[in-house]
Ligand binder design. Structure first.
Ligand code: ZN
Length: 236
């Protein structure tokens, strides 16, 4: 986090295990001991003076820990794409945060079997426009790779290159906003798929380039009204 905020590099990847996004402030859960991406965000805000942090959670499971920790805070925009219905059971589309944080949580559930077209449509047409409007000082990615088609714990159909396209979207947005982007390893339980997807993500994040563009399709279109309530750019 400090290396990124000191400008040592425009992007970074923390290949730490265990993952962190299921851990809540006072409770370990779902293989996760510490809420690593939340700690990174809080450090950026409390110690380094960041005002707005965007966390994009592309792990196939809902990041309930990150979600809970920042549920009522506008300091963090949390967007998650996750298989639904699925563990841990949180992350309904209609849960947009609470109190001062209402609107700063974007939950994007996808049915089992969803693949690259569906995921990239949500990234391109929902996640990126909302994040751009939020104008974060920093972008963090909860980079789980269990949405890969070979993952034994989940039932989505991404390939290693699908994660590279999502990473290119993140890099493009970071460059456009002139802010750093860092990814933290979350889940991923087929070791070959995990290695290939993490390597593809690191390469894409570091090199940048044009991501594949897709039509919105039914899934992204279906969430436009809900998310557009708080983020009109998503309707455009
Ligand atoms: Zn996961």
């Amino acid at each position: 986090m400090d290396a990124l905020l000191d400008g040592e590099a425009p992007t970074g990847f923390s290949a730490m295990r265990p993952p962190g996004h299921h851990a809540e402030a006072e409770r370990a859960m779902g293989f996760c001991l510490f809420a690593t991406v939340s700690v990174a965000a809080r450090h950026a805000i409390d110690v380094r003076g960041a005002e707005r942090v965007f966390i994009f959670d592309w792990d196939v499971h809902h990041g309930n820990g990150t979600h809970a920790i920042f549920h009522s805070s506008p300091d963090v925009l949390f967007a998650s794409i996750h298989q639904w219905p699925f563990y841990p059971g949180t992350g309904a589309l209609g849960d947009a945060g609470s109190g001062a944080g209402e609107g700063y949580t974007i939950n994007l559930p996808v049915p089992r079997g969803s693949g690259e077209d569906e995921w990239l449509a949500l990234v391109e047409h929902v996640v990126v426009p909302a994040a751009r409007a939020y104008r974060p000082d920093l972008i963090l990615v909860s980079a789980g790779f269990d949405a890969h088609r070979d993952d034994p714990l989940a039932e989505c159909n991404l390939e290693a290159v699908s994660f590279a396209h999502m990473a290119l979207h993140v890099r493009l947005l970071a460059d456009e906003l002139g802010v750093p982007a860092g990814a933290v390893l979350e889940g991923g339980y087929d070791l070959e798929a995990l290695a290939a997807s993490a390597a593809a993500t690191m390469t894409a994040l570091a090199a940048g380039g044009a991501p594949r563009s897709v039509e919105p399709g039914p899934l992204a279109t279906a969430v436009t009204e809900q998310v557009g309530r708080y983020w009109p750019a998503v309707r455009a």
